[in-house]
Ligand binder design. Structure first.
Ligand code: AMP
Length: 302
């Protein structure tokens, strides 16, 4: 059992009220892969430039992350710069230097083509569809997107969504995609576009999941120190899909536990810049936080 992930591998420059990190490892596929690799092997497809060195690669080695699909091109690696105010739910993008990412044409290595689980990170929906054209009947396709594609490539995104089982999206994006202000109505409208499950991420206010069986809510873990929220969404997706892929039987209970597992992983991600906390994380720490989530949300004797 493994997961194929396609997305950005980046250098991020991030400023928060608590400090600044320059050109540190980031990108949707990076956060996703490290989080998911705690549960199942991950096959990463992305692109980096010549400036992506051994130091950055070290984040992936020694884990169950296969890099045969990580292409290296002449030029510089994708660079994203963002700034957060004290409201860590709101961030401003200072710059997006696509660099080699603008030429990215995902090529899925032969050995990944029978992947049963696929995560389409936040990239052009046309490329997301090209990825699906290269894989043979996956059991589960999950997908992320952002306002940039909802505004610029709405029809293409809708075409991709017809082949997606689970869409992970934040609340403002869900409103924009559906044209519905209310998130319950927004989720219903998005489910009619294709995905049987919609997971709406609300930052420090947690997650809402809408499935065939109804809805489920999980809070974000109440941390005393939130240092840098960058990558929390992708880390959530990695924990969520990693857990689902490792589960023997699908079902609503498994989906619910996957949401809590994703939330547990994301709560570690925000404790430090870049992937710093995730790279120090151990499986017993994850299991302990999962247990604390259970205590946090139980209101009757366990
Ligand atoms: P998240 O905080 O989970 O939404 O994801 C943050 C990550 O997304 C950062 O590490 C960025 O490098 C990456 N990112 C930002 N903008 C884009 C974009 N336009 N395409 C792909 N990845 C991006």
């Amino acid at each position: 059992m493994s997961i194929l992930v396609v997305g950005s591998v980046a250098f991020d420059t991030v400023e928060t009220p608590f400090g600044k990190a320059e050109r540190v490892l980031g990108g949707s596929a990076s956060f996703f892969s490290v989080a998911a690799s705690f549960f199942v092997p991950v096959n990463l497809v992305g692109v980096v430039g010549r400036d992506f060195g051994e130091k950055e690669l070290a984040a992936f080695t020694g884990r169950h992350i296969d890099l045969a699909g990580l292409e290296r091109m002449e030029g510089e690696t994708f660079h994203w710069q963002g700034k957060y105010s004290y409201d860590l739910n709101a961030r401003e993008t200072i710059c997006t230097d696509l660099n080699v990412f603008q030429f990215f044409k995902p090529r899925i290595p032969e050995k990944y083509r029978r992947s049963e689980h696929v995560f389409l990170g936040n990239i052009d929906p046309v490329l997301q569809l090209e990825v699906l054209d290269q894989v043979e009947k996956p059991r589960l396709v999950a997908c992320d997107t952002m306002n940039f594609w909802i505004e610029g490539k709405r029809e293409e995104l809708k075409r991709t969504l017809r082949q997606v089982d689970i869409l992970l999206i934040n609340d403002s994006e869900a409103r924009e995609l559906s044209g519905e202000w209310n998130v319950v109505k927004a989720a219903r409208a998005i489910r009619a576009m294709g995905p049987h499950t919609v997971v709406i991420k609300k930052g420090e206010h947690g997650v809402l999941m809408f499935t065939e069986d109804g809805s489920f809510a999980a809070p974000a873990y109440p941390l005393e120190e939130v240092f840098d929220p960058t990558g929390a969404g992708d880390t959530f997706a990695g924990g969520f899909l990693g857990y689902l892929a490792s589960a023997k039987q699908p079902g609503d209970d498994v989906l619910r536990r996957a949401v809590v597992m994703g939330s547990a992983l994301a709560s570690f991600c925000v404790e430090a810049f870049s992937l710093d906390r995730l790279l120090r994380l151990t499986r017993p720490e994850i299991d302990e936080r999962f247990r604390l989530f259970k205590r946090l949300t139980h209101f009757e004797p366990i």
